[in-house]
Design a protein around this ligand. Structure first.
Ligand code: FCB
Length: 443
């Protein structure tokens, strides 16, 4: 049988604001997501993360679930404002203690922690000071935060992920305004935010290495497989622009030390303020690239996307409840492409998964579409390993159904169902399927 390597990491991924709840406990400071979620009209159904999956109180049960599902890795994020309630300055020991206990619990269960430093829940105090990521000195705030947490956890946590998806939080948070902090501004703001995020990443890398013996440092990017609707030069060029913005705008600085020239010309009026030394810092050598992958999109020349002049074309492949195309080959293709064009030392799929309209029936959730989805995507990942991609692990999004940002609790991504009324966890068929796949190391 064709199998994944023995040391492959099988995990699930989560994010602090999406699962923890306990937003006012043990000294946690408010974040931009608390503010955004409590702004009327921003979130489906008026939902918010005040309780979420109550993971802050149920983390032991959640680790036991991971163990029962044969998982040997767990990617989670730290809530910056639990540790530095004002974003900088005084350290809140109780916040650090929570993560320290979580890490100890994971290690005792044989689960390797992968810690994300920033998964979108910026301390509100830092947003109030010069609009958060728009202010260049946020880089210093971020590096100081990375220093505090890596000193505290670095004796046990080796795997560090600096950022989650700067493309998404710069574009949805600062151009479209559909995510926190809900800013709708000109593209120069988006690109400034993205530049500061990349710079914060680059400047934190040496700090993490200095503080953590045997550090394995990476970052996580949102990647899309973008394909042209036709062979026409206009559509091919449109696909190149879309790919340039979503993928190359972030991967080129990380791995090549420059923004892509073609896009820089398109964005001439909107370029971020790049200072001498920035691009060198951003290109700090990485131990791995984290790939979050959800979608292939087909594009043609058009006016749906201003500035970049492309439109999306809907395909007739099956789709998830988010209306995202199901297409395992696209995962294979994006992994091959990243390997060929950027050659990261190692790659982890740090998120991949699907939401469906799950139904709880007694004690079971028969989520056959998610089982098929995982089987197809695991097979694509295995093909990539066999083709020579240094893929070292696969984190399914997500362990639990959780607060899906602007969609609130309406979109379920978990391999474990959460009954929000009681906080009862019910392993879905997809959870059982994943446990079996891990045991046989094959889809
Ligand atoms: C990703 C996010 C993650 C989750 C999934 C569905 O973009 O990183 O938090 O919301 O989408």
């Amino acid at each position: 049988m064709r199998t994944f390597p023995k040391d492959f990491i099988w995990g699930t991924a989560t994010a602090s604001y999406q699962i923890e709840g306990a937003v006012q406990e043990d000294g946690r400071g408010p974040t931009i997501w608390d503010t955004f979620a409590h702004t009327p009209g921003k979130i489906h159904n008026g939902d918010h993360g005040d309780i979420a999956c109550d993971h802050y109180h149920r983390w032991q049960e959640d680790i036991a679930l991971m163990q029962a599902l044969n998982l040997n890795g767990y990617r989670f994020s730290l809530a910056w404002s639990r540790i530095l309630p004002q974003g900088r300055g005084a350290v809140n020991q109780k916040g650090l203690d929570f993560y320290s206990r979580l890490v100890d619990g994971l290690l005792a269960a044989g689960i390797t922690p992968f810690v994300t430093l920033y998964h979108w829940d910026l301390p509100q105090a830092l947003q109030d000071d010069g609009m958060g990521w728009q202010r260049r000195s946020i880089v210093d705030d971020y590096v100081a935060y990375a220093d505090v947490v890596s000193r505290a956890l670095g004796d046990r946590v080796k795997h560090w992920i600096t950022l989650n998806e700067p493309f998404i939080f710069s574009v949805l948070g600062h151009l479209l305004g559909t995510m926190a902090p809900g800013v709708q501004d000109m593209p120069n703001v988006t690109l400034t935010v993205a530049h500061h995020a990349l710079l914060a990443h680059g400047k934190a890398v040496p700090v993490l290495r200095a503080n953590v013996p045997g550090a394995v440092v990476g970052t996580t990017m949102y990647l899309q497989q973008l394909e042209a609707a036709s062979d026409s030069p206009a559509d091919v060029a449109a696909a190149a622009r879309a790919d340039g913005f979503v993928n190359r705008w972030f991967l080129d600085p990380l791995f090549k030390g420059s923004y892509p020239q073609d896009l820089a010309e398109t964005f001439a009026y909107f370029m971020p303020p790049i200072q001498p030394g920035d691009l060198e810092a951003i290109r700090a050598p990485l131990d791995f690239l984290g790939v979050n992958f959800y979608e292939r999109r087909v594009v043609k020349e058009g006016d749906e996307q201003p500035f970049l002049n492309f439109s999306y074309v809907k395909t007739d492949l099956p789709r998830t409840a988010f209306d995202w195309e199901i297409n395992p080959d696209a995962l294979y293709n994006i992994l091959m492409r990243v390997h060929k064009d950027y050659a990261p030392t190692a790659i982890y799929i740090t998120e991949s998964g699907a939401c469906f309209d799950d139904v709880l029936q007694g004690d079971a959730v028969h989520d056959a579409p998610r089982v098929d989805y995982l089987r197809g995507y695991f097979a694509a990942a295995l093909r990539a390993v066999e083709a020579g991609v240094p893929l070292k692990g696969y984190f399914v999004w997500s362990l639990l159904d959780n607060f899906e940002w602007a969609e609130g609790y309406s979109k379920r991504f978990g391999i474990v169902y959460v009954d929000y009324a009681t906080q009862r966890r019910i392993v879905k068929d997809s959870g059982r399927y994943m446990a079996e796949a891990i045991a046989r190391r094959a889809p």
